[in-house]
Design a protein around this ligand. Structure first.
Ligand SMILES: Cc1cc2nc3c(=O)[nH]c(=O)nc-3n(C[C@H](O)[C@H](O)[C@H](O)COP(=O)(O)O)c2cc1C
Length: 132
């Protein structure tokens, strides 16, 4: 198994319709492909962690990279893992609206053991938690 973390920028400010279409396809595909993860948006930025069997992960990441709804994709990390950080979600999701993104992200990653992964989410929330 491997885990990939990346950030990207949405072409246009994501609205509910865009998020729903991304999530519905992702959840269906990820369930099929035994992939799990978390997607967080803050303004036009996405941060996603995707983890699972290497072949399926690579295929999903290849599809995501060429998705025209976002650009400037930067891979923050890619590493082999023994256990999943998000085993309960085909794709968890959080948007920085209701509560401060930093708090929401802290809660979402409460059970994540990996300090580096936690730190990546924390700094993303700090940077992109304010409405753009
Ligand atoms: C920010 C972002 C995150 C995405 N995450 C996933 C994902 O976790 N899994 C997935 O299969 N597709 C994801 N997608 C969608 C893919 O880019 C692509 O549209 C989709 O996998 C195509 O699936 P299909 O061939 O079944 O139509 C994401 C797209 C965006 C913009």
């Amino acid at each position: 198994m491997e885990q990939i973390v990346y950030v990207s920028t949405a072409k246009v400010m994501p609205d509910q319709a865009m998020i729903e279409s991304i999530l519905s396809v992702s959840r269906e595909n990820n369930r099929r492909d035994q992939l799990t993860g978390l997607l967080v948006t803050g303004g036009r930025r996405f941060l996603q962690v995707l983890e699972g069997p290497t072949d399926q992960l690579e295929a999903a990441y290849a599809r995501i990279r060429v998705d025209s709804r976002h650009f400037a994709l930067v891979q923050l990390s890619r590493r082999p893992i023994l256990t999943r950080s998000f085993d309960q979600w085909d794709m968890g999701f959080e948007q920085g609206y209701a509560a401060p993104l930093t708090e929401v992200v802290a809660q979402l990653t409460e059970r994540v053991a990996d300090p580096d992964l936690k730190a990546q989410f924390r700094s993303f929330a700090e940077l992109h938690g304010q409405p753009a």
